[in-house]
Design a protein around this ligand. Structure first.
Ligand code: SAM
Length: 274
């Protein structure tokens, strides 16, 4: 019988951020596949766990997965971890997970820290709908295309960025986000954790001296919508369109009812518990 591949989230700074279940699975696994074995060894030493490790990183994902699959098919249980946070989220994991699924091998998520989720929930920016874009591409054309996507998006945008590229990224964003709010979540779960809520010019100045890991949360933009298009939106989207204009619930319901040519009560009933 095949073993299981456990995809385990590990701390993004604070070593206390690991679940009891993650610790148990790490102890019970036959083998741990780690992005950087030296890095994971520090965590395992802290948890007093001694286990065989195999490296599984961006540059050997394709080749290393054969060994991992073979061991799973022999019945071994394997724990997959990255250096920090959730494997597969801007970290290795996707390749072997897809192959396991194709081969009918059970893949089990063991939830835990993820930088963007924690940045988002404490940003104060809309959490209802968002686009997580990971790192902006370095290739000029692809980057331009992504920036255009951000410019047009009416949803919250989430970006990862390396400290030494932060200034350049903020400068690129300055041209497209106009007066949208932007929050810089830095060093999450660590001693110097902070949420910086300033305008983009101040952030650009700050970024010259800022150290540590960051997540950027950007408020969604306003979409210019033709009145005729509004009825093609879902009710939720239609609601948010007016909410973004700063209207209160009563005014929004009145406007939606008028746009859709239905009674206010009918719309009110849809949002009564929201
Ligand atoms: N797999 C990780 C996760 O679940 O969030 C992400 C790994 S990705 C290679 C690293 C990026 O995540 C960093 O450049 C930064 O943007 C973000 N990040 C990771 N840890 C962070 C932290 N403690 N505070 C802020 N951002 C962090």
């Amino acid at each position: 019988m095949n073993g299981n591949l456990y995809v385990i989230a590990t701390p993004i700074g604070n070593l206390e951020d690991i679940t009891l279940r993650a610790i148990r699975i790490l102890k019970e696994a036959d083998l741990i596949a780690a992005e950087d074995t030296r890095h994971t060894l520090k965590l395992l030493n802290h948890l007093e766990i001694s286990k065989p490790l195999i490296s599984y990183h961006r540059h050997n994902e394709e080749t290393r997965q054969d060994i991992i699959i073979q061991k799973l098919e022999e019945g071994q249980n394997i724990a997959l971890v990255s250096d920090a946070g959730t494997p597969g989220i801007c970290d290795p994991g996707e390749v072997v997970i897809k192959t396991c699924i194709e081969k009918g091998i059970n893949v089990v998520p063991i939830p835990g820290p993820c930088a963007f989720v924690n940045a988002l929930i404490c940003s104060g920016i809309d959490t209802k709908e968002f686009n997580f874009l990971g790192f902006l591409p370095l290739n000029k054309n692809n980057r331009k295309q992504k920036l255009e996507e951000i410019k047009k998006s009416n949803k919250t945008i989430i970006l990862y960025e390396a400290p030494h590229k932060l200034k350049e990224t903020l400068k690129d964003l300055k041209d497209i986000i106009e007066n949208r709010k932007i929050v810089l979540a830095r060093e999450l779960t660590k001693i110097h954790e902070e949420f910086i809520r300033k305008d983009i010019d101040d952030l650009i100045t700050l970024s010259e001296t800022l150290k540590g890991e960051v997540v950027l949360i950007i408020e969604g933009g306003e979409i210019e919508q033709e009145e005729n298009d509004l009825i093609n939106l879902s009710l939720e989207e239609h609601y948010r369109y007016y909410e973004k204009m700063g209207l209160d619930k009563k005014e929004i319901i009145k406007k939606i009812a008028k746009d859709r040519n239905v009674s206010k009560n009918e719309i009110y009933m849809q949002f009564v518990n929201k």
